[in-house]
Design a protein. Structure first.
Length: 201
């Protein structure tokens, strides 16, 4: 096969793949994120510095817009464990990636200090589809996915895999947040300490 034939074949395959898998994460901007590496199931992972955020003042951005990479260059990298975004804008998107170094699959994302009215957590799969989890302050405490003082979402993170997430958060008060990740055992210990601290026992 001569040089021109190889060039033509390469170009043809590239176009074909982009048509069949238009939003594959192999080329997704999320790959530029610094992944949170889970290595110790007793450690609390504060991931604020591995998070990027995007203001959505008109509440017009959708998860499909983000998967299609319409706003990739608009995300801002956080340089703090706690993000203090004030009260000017009521809607924000956050994104991060997590890499499990063979330390269990059940983990929890805690949104500390948050005064959110609702959140939507999206686990982006390799083929561009997603799994959505929702929190709303109107959901009774007993019916929440995780019964905790802070907004907490359960994560299933496969061993030796890297997974990608978007979080949409809405607050009518003040946008301040710290992202923490706990293992199942770590969350139990944390909740027990909270019970003691706040005198619930």
């Amino acid at each position: 096969m001569n040089h021109y034939s190889c060039t033509f074949l390469y170009a043809f395959l590239t176009i074909a793949i982009s048509i069949i898998f238009p939003y594959s994460l192999h080329s997704h901007e999320l790959h530029r994120l610094t992944s949170v590496k889970l290595e110790n199931f007793l450690k609390v992972y504060s991931i604020g510095k591995q998070v990027e955020y995007l203001s959505d003042p008109k509440n017009s951005i959708t998860i499909n817009d983000l998967i299609k990479k319409k706003y990739d260059n608009k995300f801002i990298k956080s340089h703090s464990d706690e993000l203090d975004l004030g009260s000017k804008n009521k809607n924000y998107w956050f994104r991060f990636s997590i890499e499990n170094h063979n330390v269990g699959t059940n983990w929890y994302l805690e949104l500390r200090y948050s005064l959110f009215n609702k959140t939507e957590l999206y686990h982006i799969k390799q083929d561009g589809t997603y799994i959505k989890k929702r929190f709303d302050v109107t959901i009774p405490f007993s019916q929440r996915e995780v019964q905790s003082r802070d907004i907490t979402h359960q994560l299933t993170i496969l061993k030796k895999k890297k997974q990608y997430y978007y979080l949409k958060a809405t607050s009518h008060l003040y946008m301040k947040i710290a992202f923490n990740i706990y293992s199942e055992k770590g969350l139990i210990i944390k909740k027990q300490n909270d019970y003691i601290r706040f005198g619930i026992y």
